[in-house]
Design a protein around this ligand. Structure first.
Ligand code: MG
Length: 162
């Protein structure tokens, strides 16, 4: 096992529709729309999962939690992230830090950033100072800018856990 850190990148996008809850990093955010998908469609947590799996070269969220598997219907994505962290640990790594950005035209996410970082840090088993979440609008451009979708990017660093 190399003592060097390994980095990974994650990206996700979900449609915004009426009649769904909006959940980001496990935090429910009051809004007239929510993200469409098989699980709770927590686009931020999905990007973090893929960044961690990518750092371990361990596939992606789709291979571990397929849409075709009814066990994951409506799943809380923080539970999926818990499983991803276990998988990382089983492979001899622990999470060092993550950085993420959510792209959302509305609502304003600034009031929820601290809560999102707290939720993620608890699942990742690291201090909050090692968990960064940022939010940006898409300047009115494209599907995100028109309020039809939210997207997220994340990077993660993992290190040997010995
Ligand atoms: Mg997703």
């Amino acid at each position: 096992m190399s003592a060097q850190g390994r980095i990974g990148i994650g990206y996700d996008i979900h449609r915004l529709v009426e009649g769904r809850r909006l959940v980001l990093a496990g935090v429910e955010i009051p809004f007239e729309k929510g993200l469409l998908g098989h699980s709770d469609s927590d686009v931020l947590t999905h990007a973090v999962c893929d960044a961690l799996l990518g750092a371990a070269a361990a596939g992606d969220i789709g291979t571990h939690f397929p849409d075709s598997d009814s066990r994951f219907a409506g799943a809380a994505s923080l539970e999926l992230l818990t499983r991803v962290v276990e998988l990382i640990n089983e492979r001899g790594f622990k999470v060092a830090n993550i950085d993420a950005v959510v792209l959302a035209e509305r609502p304003r996410l600034a009031p929820y950033i601290l809560s999102m970082r707290e939720r993620l840090a608890a699942v990742l088993q690291i201090e909050i100072e090692f968990v960064s979440v940022k939010a940006k609008t898409n300047e009115g451009l494209g599907a995100v800018g028109r309020g039809e979708a939210m997207a997220a990017h994340a990077v993660a660093l993992i290190v040997a856990n010995s």
